[in-house]
Design a protein around this ligand. Structure first.
Ligand code: MG
Length: 282
């Protein structure tokens, strides 16, 4: 798995889960009744996935400054975004490893800075994104994408923390870190121990994460539906649990019932409606 490109890791997880989800969810549902009651009594945070990019004014520009501002405008708890390093070590906000057909890792910032997103914005550097992020209280959920080798991953993490400090956002109440890279998670947990770090890949138990100082899990919602005891155990250890990326109404209702701490979604207003006031806001 370690040699797969990051998009390959996510696709492999989703493919596996789609194949087995119907059977597994029906098997675990009956066991979840007590947790559903717990979830209904607890408040849950909403995290806008790549910003609130489905807001009318954003024209579906994921990870744009406009999508961040749209998330801030609806006052959700958090707004997630993704970062990569260009070949000349500039941090760029984008989900995929490619942008405009070019590999971000293999091309300099100058190749990307005049490109246009679907709303007319140019791609943001981390610095530009943070400048917009600090205008409001919405928590910045910074996803550090796996890079081409472990050295580049550490460089990305260290440079991101430096930039966050420069923008006076180096505060656990203002930013959290998430990654599919265990290397990145361990590095940030060791070097920024007061901050929430959540691992994304879904292949570690809460105890394994806790042992390595990683105090959160942010797993695909089907993994959490299949392993409801992980949520209980994580909470016993004082860890946070987030579920990604929950978009369908029936899935959102199931995940609310699990008693997670946060739900990442492309549809924050639907999650808000289903939470019926039991929502944690910034
Ligand atoms: Mg992401």
């Amino acid at each position: 798995m370690k040699n797969l490109a990051p998009i390959g890791i996510k696709k492999a997880i989703i493919l596996f889960l789609v194949i087995f989800s119907n059977l597994s969810v029906s098997c675990t549902h009956a066991q979840n009744n007590s947790k559903e009651e717990k979830g209904q009594n607890n408040k849950i945070a909403i995290c806008a996935h790549r910003g609130y990019w489905l807001a009318n004014e954003v024209n579906k520009a994921q990870n744009s400054i406009a999508s961040l501002k749209a998330a801030q405008a609806i006052n959700v708890w958090g707004s997630e975004f993704d970062i990569h390093l260009t070949s000349d070590d500039i941090i760029i906000v984008n989900h995929d490893q490619t942008l405009g057909g070019l590999d971000i890792w293999e091309n300099p910032w100058s190749s990307f800075k005049t490109m246009k997103l679907s709303n007319g914005e140019t791609p943001a550097t981390l610095s530009e994104y943070l400048a917009a992020g600090k205008e409001k209280n919405t928590i910045l959920v910074c996803e550090l994408k796996p890079q081409k080798n472990s050295e580049k991953e550490i460089l990305l993490a260290d440079m991101a923390i430096k930039e966050i400090k420069k923008h006076e956002l180096y505060d656990p109440k203002k930013i959290i870190f998430i990654s599919f890279s265990y290397n990145i998670c361990k590095h940030i947990a060791a070097n920024a121990p007061n901050f929430m770090v959540q691992y994304l890949s879904g292949n570690k138990t809460p105890d394994e994460l806790y042992t390595d100082g990683i105090m959160g899990l942010d797993y695909h919602y089907l993994i959490l539906l299949n392993n409801p005891d992980w949520i209980k155990r994580a909470h016993e250890l004082g860890m946070s649990v987030n579920a990604w990326t929950v978009n369908k109404k029936e899935d959102i209702e199931r995940v609310i019932g699990l008693g997670v701490d946060c739900i990442t979604t492309d549809y924050p207003l639907i999650v808000r409606e289903l939470l019926s006031g039991k929502e944690i806001t910034p």
